[in-house]
Write a protein that binds this ligand. Structure first.
Ligand SMILES: [Fe+2]
Length: 203
């Protein structure tokens, strides 16, 4: 069953807009008691009030009904919680910012768990001239290679696809603190968290 506008949504949006219940009531043309009821789950706004309520709260009617404003608000933070789904058949990489069901080549693909780099998958990062230079001392043979290196910041993912026989390295424009990921086709996903020029100093 789909949710109508929830009490939590109305309260959170009203507080975000820095409105009192009385101020919101005036804008929508209802009593402050009505607002109080909506925010405590003891009543629901009439469907005719969805549009004026959304306008008063600074969101679209669709956002008010689906809670999309809350999801959108978290997108930036979610980038740093990136999930990777990798197809074992064709090597396709599917990136997601929140849990998703992904499939490729007819196979359901779970999100890979990123581990801290072990001895065989140490990730080296240097910062020079506004670039992150990422390297790994790892085999790059057909049966065992690093298939991508990625740099994820709050609002962006840069992914460099790698192939056997080429160097295990990538350069990314530095955009602030982020996480570096490396996918080994045999041993899985590794990540180095919180990479920044500050933490690179002195390395
Ligand atoms: Fe490996």
């Amino acid at each position: 069953m789909a949710d109508y506008i929830t009490a939590e949504t109305i309260r959170a949006l009203r507080e975000r807009a820095r409105l009192t219940q009385r101020e919101l009531a005036e804008r929508v043309g209802v009593t402050d008691k009505a607002i109080s009821k909506w925010e405590t789950g003891r009543g629901l706004p009439d469907v005719a009030l969805v549009a004026p309520l959304a306008a008063a709260l600074g969101v679209s009617p669709a956002e008010l009904l689906t809670d999309a404003w809350a999801t959108n608000r978290n997108v930036a933070a979610n980038m740093r919680r990136s999930l990777f789904h990798v197809c074992p058949v064709c090597g396709n990489v599917i990136h997601a910012m929140v849990g998703a069901s992904a499939s490729c080549c007819g196979i359901a693909l779970p999100a890979l768990d990123a581990e801290e780099p072990d001895e065989g998958h140490a990730i080296s990062v240097a910062c020079t001239d506004g670039e992150l230079y990422v390297t790994m001392d790892h085999p790059m043979e057909k049966g065992h290679f690093v298939s991508f290196l990625a740099y994820v910041t709050d609002d962006r993912l840069d992914l460099r696809k790698l192939y056997p026989e080429q160097g295990c390295e990538a350069r990314f424009a530095y955009r602030g603190t982020g996480d570096v990921y490396a996918l080994c086709n045999r041993d899985g996903l590794f990540s180095l968290r919180g990479v920044s020029t500050r933490c690179l100093r002195g390395r």
